[in-house]
Design a protein around this ligand. Sequence first.
Ligand code: SF4
Ligand code: SF4
Length: 364
Amino acid sequence: MSVYQNASSCDIIKSMKTITLGSTGITTPQNAFGALPVQRVDMQTAVEILHRAYDGGMTFFDTARAYSDSEIKLGQAFGPFDGLRDHTYSRDKIFIATKSTATTPEKLIADLETSLRNLRTDYIDIYQLHCVKQCYRPGDGTGLYETLLEAKAQGKIRHIGITAHKIGIAEEIAESGLYETLQFPFSYLATERDVALVETCRKNNVGFIAMKGLSGGLLTNARACMAFMLQYPVLPIWGIQRLSELEQWLAFFDDPPAMTEELAAIIQKDRDELLGEFCRGCGYCMPCTVEITINQCARMSQMIRRAPSKDWLTPYWQEEMLKIEKCVNCGACLKRCPYELDIPNLLRKNLADYKEILSGKVKV
Ligand code: SF4
Ligand code: SF4
């Protein structure tokens, strides 16, 4: 796949484009906030980051019931004015997407009510079924889609969306005509089939929300990641935990990166090194029966070569990596990995490589 598209037209990008998410009519800058990581910081820091994101130009915020207190932090940042901050935020200028992993109508209704309460709002712009294993349809016996329609009729949700990690299910969703948005992993490690999915969504007027634009932390060149995204009709939601990370994305509002030959070369090099069966660090496979930190240990070989290696060679990580020897091949993780990776083998390969690095036989 060529990652160096439309170079001549991209060369003249002057300011951040907006994107309209399919039939939702939601129009937002092509630079949005993924609120999973704010669950790892305290309330004050989270609110400060969220306010800065909005003040810096971001209007679209994606969260989930599954991200512990992320919704509560969004509610605290943008909910009704309560005198605890210096100004009020206009709800109609902020787009909030959240998600539920429910598989029954009862759980879905309960999750929706919790989300509304946490977010301190009376509607959610896009309500998404989270990491689905099937394309839920009206009349499929689960009642899920009917419940979404009912919530929409009641005005509690404005649009029905869905998130998936498996390409086959995502393709079915994109063709189904049932969902207004599809959230799917998309980065410059995308396959031709992933790129074709973007085109299917465009043709069918389904808004494409791109998650994992840094491929779970494997990709570290923000300009290259953004330049890649801007070539496609997708809305990237960047996972943000620190003000410094946020500032790097906000800087692109005034200086959106064009896909230059230099960035294309960086992308091509990373693709040559990383493509294939790789762990995205999503953590859906966990917890492991013997407490292996799978989402880091199964990609140690890549991380250690891409970040300062000493950070991964500490006594803490050595101990974590040695837990791989305790794997009992129970298969629990295999059932949960959306990318169908052979996790026990991947872990063993990473451990073998790690030991070679530790012993000095392999230099990184
Ligand atoms: S197969 Fe191994 S890595 Fe996977 S859950 Fe079981 S013990 Fe953990
Ligand atoms: S093994 Fe699969 S589920 Fe687990 S972190 Fe990696 S990609 Fe995610």
